[in-house]
Write a protein that binds this ligand. Structure first.
Ligand code: GDP
Length: 342
């Protein structure tokens, strides 16, 4: 029985990957700071109690070593991070301690305790930042635009360096935005899906958002974790982009989310005065608030996953409209106390 250790296992990707690996017969160890933040994801997936919990904090190197020594994992997936881009502008040092130096602590601990283990780093499309609107591939230059992205840039290269210098099996999955009903509510897709469900049931009047013009390549997280696992099953370690190759503005996600709940949204005005109005009632449902703008935002992200398709046989299946529908329906099911389709 293979052993996998997943840091940040109560987050969206960690939870989906835990279920996927349990179904494959792995023994799954969930490593995280103690507490029950995110435990609802394991409950909704029906895998609560099936993941063995191991306390692990990326700030604490002796603790990481002790965890690795006791588990002796075959595969390690690192999702633990300060993952909010906006928060990273307010807390750049903490973000770097966890997302950048934390990965060095983890890799060095692996080298000293279980150097044969295979390592996956959750790298990010945010690395591409301001490199224009063309599709990104594994050879595109990086130009990070936030303390979050800068910290992840270090994590990306230290992973490459351990692969090259220490000959460790270490891979980066350069993940474009991937969403699901298990996404945290701080991210725009889940925030919108949850608001749309409450608005359609009369439980909320409006939702305030930031930059409607940002373009993102949104895929379904459930499919992305399968690609991550595949990266660790290859004869040689390498880095791969996971993306859908299609991009949509935030505004379009919002319109599609309302449509999934049977509401037609029309946009009026511009800039901070732009509003999303319910065509049937004339009520304002979406407003803009400066609070959700970033000091520097990434205008457009779209990825080319041809290498993952060619080498891993990985392909995203769920399209934008379907993903939006899945997320809104999940929120309606939650409001109705029904089991969510995950
Ligand atoms: P990210 O791409 O990892 O930062 O994922 P997010 O879902 O947090 O943000 C995606 C894009 O949506 C960014 O360009 C944000 O500026 C934009 N956006 C617009 N309104 C909001 C909002 O209310 N919350 C968040 N999180 N993002 C927003």
């Amino acid at each position: 029985m293979k052993k996998a250790l997943i840091t940040g296992y109560r987050g969206q990707d960690g939870a989906y990957l835990s279920r996927f690996l349990l179904e494959k017969g792995y023994q799954v160890y969930g490593a995280d700071i103690p507490g029950d933040a995110g435990a609802w994801r394991l409950r909704e997936l029906g895998i609560e109690g099936k993941v063995k919990e191991v306390p692990l904090d990326l700030m604490d190197e002796p603790g990481i070593r002790a965890a690795l020594e006791s588990v002796q994992p075959d595969e390690i997936y690192n999702f633990a991070a300060q993952s909010f881009v906006l928060t990273s502008f307010a807390q750049p040092v903490l973000t770097s301690e966890i997302n950048a130096v934390g990965v060095a602590r983890l890799l060095e601990s692996i080298r000293r305790t279980c150097p044969g283990a295979r390592f996956f780093q959750a790298s990010t499309a945010e690395l591409f930042g301001s490199t224009g609107s063309a599709q990104k591939n594994e050879t595109t230059d990086f130009y990070p635009r936030s303390p979050y992205a800068v910290s992840k840039l270090y994590a990306h290269w230290i992973t490459v360096n351990y692969r090259q210098a220490q000959k460790m099996y270490a891979c980066n999955g350069i993940l474009f935005n991937h969403e699901s009903p298990l996404r945290g509510e701080q991210f725009v897709t889940r925030k919108i899906a949850a608001a749309v469900a409450r608005i359609s049931r009369g439980l909320q009047e409006t939702v305030a958002v930031g930059n409607l013009d940002a373009l993102r390549d949104w895929g379904y997280a459930k499919e992305y974790v399968e690609g991550m696992w595949s990266m660790l099953q290859q004869p040689e370690p390498d880095d791969y982009i996971l993306a859908t190759g299609r991009t949509h503005p935030v505004r379009e996600f919002i319109t599609a989310a309302f449509a999934s709940a049977g509401m037609e949204l029309r946009w009026r005005g511009a800039g901070l005065e732009e509003k999303g109005v319910d065509a049937a009632t004339g009520k304002v449902r979406v407003e803009i608030s400066e609070e959700f703008y970033r000091p520097a935002d990434v205008k457009e992200l779209v990825g080319d996953a041809a290498k993952a398709r060619r080498v891993l046989g990985w392909e995203p299946k769920t399209k934008f409209d379907e993903l939006t529908r899945i997320m809104v329906e999940a929120e309606l099911d939650r409001l109705d106390g029904k089991k969510v389709r995950l």
